[in-house]
Design a binder for this molecule. Structure first.
Ligand code: FMN
Length: 257
């Protein structure tokens, strides 16, 4: 496995946006980025999942294998590496979906630890895994993903929804996670810089995002220690933004960090 993530260093990542981030969306809004992330998809046997139905699959390859092939191929038109994000209440379903994505040729797979949906947090999953009392389960889930998957695996987390969220990253790194994506809130602000510095103490490759709108914002986030930047909302409004910021970062002098 490529653990140095050279393809992502100082790169722009089109962040996962459930309800929007399918293949054609990534192709259009991620052109010129380093990585585009499809999803987050939910795998669930229920018929009343409170989420965009186009992003919900029943468990089993029959329901998602063709979709993954088609949308990963479509996202490749961005010229970026392609990732897929998933979440499920059943760990086996999560792993099978990500394995199917790998078989369909995806470059990165991601587990969403960012959701605050009741169906996940009420059973101690997704963002609730970042709570100290659930760290044993966090380790179990990440270890199982790392063991089963072939390629690079990116846990995606949000900062601010669990008291010890930054410290939870020590648990992730301890079980073998080497890259994370963190939504740190306002990434280009002083408080964002503080969170990025605290996260970087754990040594993994860090994709940091939250509120990035300009090349200056992105540059600041890289300067305080992030390895790559993620952009969601601003890229939704401006499909050319990821490419413009990526080009601007290439023209800037190399970062110290
Ligand atoms: C409409 C919308 C949908 C989102 N869906 C997801 C999702 O499915 N999975 C996820 O991990 N994050 C999701 N996010 C969070 C974004 O990936 C990103 O981390 C966050 O919005 C901060 O970046 P931004 O300020 O550039 O948007 C979503 C955000 C928005 C605005």
């Amino acid at each position: 496995m490529n653990d140095s993530f050279d393809d992502l260093k100082n790169g722009v990542v089109l962040a996962e946006l459930g309800g929007h981030g399918d293949g054609p969306y990534c192709a259009k809004h991620g052109t010129g980025a380093a990585l585009v992330v499809l999803g987050t998809y939910i795998v669930d046997p229920g018929d009343a999942v409170p989420y965009d139905p186009a992003f919900v699959f029943k468990p089993g390859r029959d329901s998602y294998a063709d979709y993954l092939r088609e949308h990963i191929a479509a996202a490749r038109a961005s010229g970026a590496a392609v990732g897929v994000s998933v979440i499920s209440v059943n760990l086996d379903d999560t792993i099978d979906f990500l394995l199917a994505a790998e078989e369909a040729g995806v470059d990165y797979v991601s587990l969403c630890l960012h959701s605050v949906m009741e169906m996940f947090v009420s059973v101690g999953l997704s963002s609730a895994l970042l709570r100290r009392e659930n760290w044993g389960r966090l380790r179990e889930h990440l270890s199982a993903c790392l063991e089963a998957l072939e390629g690079p695996f990116i846990p995606k987390m949000g900062i601010g929804w669990a008291p010890d969220d930054v410290e939870a990253v020590a648990e992730m790194v301890d079980v073998g996670v080497s890259i994370i994506h963190a939504n740190v809130g306002d990434a280009a602000s002083d408080s964002g810089a503080d969170v990025i510095r605290r996260l970087k103490r754990y040594g993994m490759f860090l994709i940091a995002g939250g509120g990035i709108k300009t090349a200056q914002d992105a540059r600041r986030v890289l300067e305080v220690g992030a390895d790559a930047v993620a952009i969601g909302t601003a890229a939704m409004d401006d499909p050319g933004l990821c490419g413009h910021i990526q080009a601007a970062l290439r023209d800037m002098p190399p970062c110290k960090a």
